[in-house]
Ligand binder design. Structure first.
Ligand SMILES: [Zn+2]
Length: 118
């Protein structure tokens, strides 16, 4: 994926997950590079949530993500992870990673046959 494809995928995942995670009424601002001095060097994205005013700012390091060859699934988990920081403020990185992984896994899992039969 080049950076333009990456942007398109991130926007599509945001369109699905922002309302799904109860953030539809929030002001969500996206930056396409990591602000100077924010976050560790190796992180793909950072999140600055302000729940008191229903505002969240997320910065994706597009260049880092494309350089590391992020798949669409990794990109989606990154989007969900950062949004979860606005939902579960103060949650550990481990908990946030686990929940992001499970949510993306469930979304992508094909339906069971007994669910399709309805
Ligand atoms: Zn995190």
């Amino acid at each position: 994926m080049n950076t333009q494809d990456m942007k398109r995928h991130i926007r599509a995942h945001l369109a699905y997950w922002v309302p799904m995670l109860g953030l539809a009424g929030w002001s969500v601002t996206i930056l396409w590079h990591r602000p100077e001095g924010v976050g560790r060097n190796r992180v793909a994205a950072v999140c600055l949530p302000q729940p008191a005013v229903a505002t969240v700012e997320i910065a994706f390091d597009l260049r880092a993500m494309t350089t590391r060859g992020y798949s669409d699934r990794q990109t989606e988990e990154t989007v969900v992870h950062e949004l979860l920081h606005a939902v579960i403020v103060g949650g550990s990185e481990r908990a946030t990673n686990t929940v992001a992984h499970v949510l993306v896994e469930l979304r992508r899992r094909p339906p069971h046959q007994w669910e399709e039969a309805a």
